[in-house]
Design a protein around this ligand. Structure first.
Ligand SMILES: [Zn+2]
Length: 501
């Protein structure tokens, strides 16, 4: 392979949580992002190659960030959501364990702290899937990661401190920390690290504030935050790199993990398990005679567990005559729950307020086909249909590459049922919020993925575009003709840097 540039040896990743692709492109074209222009070569992106990448299923932070930094789909890396249930107890000595990484949804706040105090999310990430940092380290390169939850293999991990996380997630207010301040501190921390004299070959700057701001204020607030907070912070980063001679010859990646949709921040549209008030889904499980895991910190010695992930929810069901590690029986354990959700959705049974709250009920037969069994659309009375056929008959659902994304998500850590909320009518799983994501709709699924070489010559940029397009299209073709994904960042970057996986 010809070397696109012998001096291309540094990778700078700008990771903006929750940034919608349409918002990013419109702001750039409108001339609102002068510092992004320094990276991509003006509004036209003369120094850049952009990929129309999609998020994972669910389109949620911990799952999509894991795909960004391993280059693998959720079925491989094993992070099935911000909330998931590890029925096999992979990192808990075989004891089943519920994980709630995000304070916003979590039942157990401890997990959200442990993500940053002892790398809990990195621990759950499959040891079979190396991170970008482990790969570059094997190639003799160093790396530093600011504020991201995944840093396995990095030489320097700069996590936010716990007090900061707590103040940030409690939101603005007397003791709260504004999103912009939080992002500013991330950059302070990164620049302080460079001030020690280290010159990492791979640098990740993770901006978490925009997503938080957009959850609270709705996605319509993204353009102003991008222009007034993110872009000036990028200016600081570029100046800091330039002053240290680290800008020339750097490859940049601008990436986001998912988008957001606007929903109604009220009780009617937020679908919850209901502890301690408002039982909601709790009624359905009670009617089935199932003890659902719904109390914070409760030992999951129960029959059913849910993972609430915004637009999607996992429903884990135990083989009631065996253990969690055994696949549940399709007829006895799984079908009755699917039917109950259908009756709730179609007729308001169990919980009248949840009638019409679901777009889809997906079901798999792990008993016969294993944990990577195909998810099919549940039609009622025990009948199912291939998801692709169902969606062909329901064009109004208009999801982004749904069949491939669901297929590539399946693992022992996904639910026996996957519920898709009716996001177009503003329904979602979790507590009330104004902006949400997690589902399969375009605006929550489309992500930013732009490769840029600020100091590249026209020939070098042409070669960069050719290589990225080639790597991404080959991989999509080899994986069932899927659409480009955030999981394509790592293989494309490695090809540009001429590193082996
Ligand atoms: Zn996110």
């Amino acid at each position: 392979m010809t070397n696109i540039d012998p001096n291309l040896r540094r990778l700078v990743i700008i990771d903006v949580d929750g940034l919608r692709r349409d918002v990013f492109r419109a702001a750039l074209e409108a001339g609102h992002l002068p510092n992004v222009e320094r990276i991509v070569g003006g509004r036209e992106g003369r120094a850049a190659c952009r990929v129309d990448a999609l998020s994972t299923a669910p389109s949620i932070t911990f799952t999509a960030q894991a795909s960004i930094f391993t280059g693998q789909h959720p079925g491989q890396h094993g992070i099935a959501g911000n909330e998931s249930f590890d029925r096999l107890g992979r990192i808990s000595s075989g004891r089943p364990r519920h994980f709630g990484f995000d304070v916003g949804y979590t039942l157990a706040v401890d997990d959200a702290v442990r993500v940053f105090s002892d790398g809990l999310a990195s621990q759950l990430l499959s040891s079979e899937t190396p991170t970008l940092y482990e790969i570059v380290s094997a190639n003799g390169m160093t790396s530093a990661v600011a504020y991201n939850m995944y840093a396995r293999g990095a030489d320097a991990w700069l996590p936010p401190d716990i007090i900061e996380i707590a103040r940030f997630t409690k939101g603005p207010g007397r003791l709260g920390l504004e999103a912009g301040q939080y992002d500013g501190r991330m950059l302070d921390c990164l620049i302080a690290h460079l001030d020690t004299g280290t010159r990492p070959d791979v640098l990740t700057a993770y901006f978490m504030g925009l997503d938080h701001h957009s959850h609270v204020n709705g996605p319509a607030s993204q353009p102003a935050y991008l222009r007034d907070v993110i872009d000036p912070q990028l200016g600081r980063l570029l100046d800091a790199l330039e002053a240290r001679g680290m800008l020339a010859g750097a490859l940049f990646v601008l990436v986001s993990d998912h988008g957001q949709i606007e929903v109604a921040p009220d009780d009617r549209h937020s679908i919850r398990l209901g502890f301690p008030f408002d039982r909601e889904l709790g009624h359905l499980f009670a009617a089935l005679g199932l003890d659902v895991h719904d109390v914070p910190g409760e030992d999951p010695a129960c029959d059913a567990v849910m993972g609430l992930n915004g637009g999607l929810a996992h429903v884990y069901l135990q083989h009631r005559a065996a253990r969690w590690a055994d696949p549940p029986r399709y007829a006895e354990d799984v079908l009755p729950a699917a039917e109950a959700f259908r009756q709730m959705n179609e007729g308001g049974k169990y919980e009248e307020s949840l009638q019409g709250s679901l777009d889809l009920i997906l079901i798999r037969d792990a008993e016969r086909e294993g944990w990577q069994a195909e998810y099919r659309a549940y039609l009622g009375d025990g009948r199912t249909q291939p998801l692709g056929d169902y969606l062909t008959a329901h064009p109004e659902l208009d999801y982004a590459d749904p069949v491939n994304r669901i297929r590539l998500a399946a693992s022992a850590l996904t639910g026996d049922l996957i519920l898709v909320a009716n996001g177009r009518e503003g329904f979602y799983f979790g507590g009330p919020t104004t902006g949400v994501h997690g589902g399969l709709l375009l605006a929550e699924s489309e992500a930013v993925l732009t490769f840029a070489r600020p100091s590249g010559s026209p020939d070098q940029i042409a070669r960069l575009r050719e290589m990225v397009a080639g790597v991404v299209s080959d991989r999509c073709a080899s994986e069932g003709d899927r659409q480009p994904s955030v999981a394509d960042m790592v293989p494309a970057a490695l090809a540009l840097l001429e590193l082996s996986e």
